[in-house]
Design a binder for this molecule. Structure first.
Ligand code: NAD
Length: 360
């Protein structure tokens, strides 16, 4: 297969970790007979330095023309970098918001997986960590409270702020369909999370999810209130497969789920639109404190590339091969500085990329 990938290395550790992901993709290409064509685009601080804006319209058009986008991370030290003296719409993060909007990326996927070898980093009780967990948080990304009308005004002499939480049935249906589609590629269970005991938007959410569920008889589904879900994530995370939820609940629950894995450098993510197109990136930021030192953990970006193979290119066995290679290097006790512990071997970012590439 011939795959056209827009590559946005970005700032900080972005170029280091994306180069390792490309190394692993090329190893997959060589083994399975695929060609990965890369077109490098600028976004974030590096684009500000060259073009004066965090993302040019030309870069957006080129990203749209690709099959998928592989992103490192953008931004710098928010206290010291000159990028943060610019007005908000010119700062690095404005590029990220713009590209998500332009590409119509409404579904955000964040896997939270506890590796047996990294259980020591899990902050949960040993008997809970011992059971392990492997879930996918699916968050609606372009609707709800973060995009509704808002204002702060004086009402009868009292300062009053209003935020609006709006969802229409089409927005709910398209994310629910994605959620059930993804469950079909996993353990076939969906937990739809809402606050239907209070919110109208949640009652509509529940109704539409139930309609969509009828088209997926193989998938078991349940509804869970968001407050209960927040508790269950720390009490019994092994129960979850796909957790399907709206924007703000997903924002909070996905951070909670990533915390219980114990390492930000291991967490992949994907943002998808209605087609097979997606943007794939590590969950962490540009880590300016370790940038340029060949110390960063490239695994989150390498696993993001595996998600790209699975969800954009339908290459399940190639994605499995990357995930197995990552597991293998952990079993062999290789660790980057963020996950190193007594009795394990410290390796650099590029060594970790080499180790994984040779094991695919
Ligand atoms: P961060 O995730 O960059 O760093 C937090 C801590 O985690 C740091 O100690 C860092 O060294 C460590 N870390 C992160 N990724 C790592 C990796 N792969 N390997 C080893 N250690 C890793 O968060 P921050 O410091 O709050 O933000 C730094 C910059 O990143 C800011 O400009 C922020 O706006 C930006 N940011 C960008 C994105 C994105 O591009 N999607 C996401 C979050 C933050």
């Amino acid at each position: 297969m011939n795959c056209n990938i827009a590559v946005i290395k970005g700032d900080g550790i972005g170029p280091e970790v994306v180069s390792e992901a490309m190394k692993v993709l090329d190893a997959i290409g060589a083994k399975y007979g695929h060609t990965f064509n890369y077109e490098q685009l600028l976004m974030g601080g590096c684009s500000i330095d060259v073009h004066g804006v965090p993302l040019t319209d030309e870069a957006v058009e080129r990203a749209k023309a690709a099959d998928a986008v592989l992103l490192g991370s953008i931004g710098g030290n928010t206290s010291t970098s000159p990028w943060y003296k610019l007005p908000p719409e010119k700062r690095p993060e404005a590029g990220l918001l713009k590209i998500r909007k332009e590409l119509g990326l409404f579904a955000n996927l964040r896997p939270a997986f506890l590796y047996n070898e990294l259980k020591g980093a899990c902050p949960l009780k040993e008997e809970i960590a011992d059971k392990g967990f492997d879930m996918m948080i699916m968050r609606e990304l372009t609707g709800g409270l973060y995009f509704g009308a808002r204002e702060t005004k004086e009402v009868d002499g009292v300062m009053t702020a209003v935020d609006t939480l709006t969802y229409n049935e089409n927005e709910i249906r398209r994310i629910a369909i994605k959620g059930f589609d993804i469950a079909m590629k996993r353990r076939k269970k969906v937990t739809s999370v809402d606050k239907a005991n209070v919110l109208d938007s949640s009652r509509l959410w529940r109704k539409i999810v139930e309609e969509v569920a009828k088209d997926y008889p193989e998938v078991t589904y349940e509804h869970m209130l968001v407050d209960n879900c927040a508790m269950q994530l720390v009490k019994d995370p092994a129960q979850f497969d796909v957790v399907l939820t709206e924007n703000m609940f997903g924002d909070i629950l996905s951070d909670e789920a990533s915390m219980i894995t114990g390492s930000i450098g291991m967490l992949a993510s994907a943002s998808l639109n209605e087609t097979k197109f997606g943007m794939y990136e590590p969950s962490g930021g540009s880590a300016p404190d370790i940038a340029g030192q060949n110390k960063a953990n490239p695994i989150a970006t390498i696993l993001s590339a595996a998600m790209m193979l699975r969800y954009t290119f339908d290459m399940d066995k190639e994605a499995d091969a990357i995930e197995a290679a990552v597991q293998q290097v952990l079993v062999e006790n290789y660790r980057t500085c963020d996950i190193v512990s007594e009795g394990t071997e410290l390796v650099s970012c590029s060594q970790m990329g080499d180790l994984i590439a040779t094991r695919v």
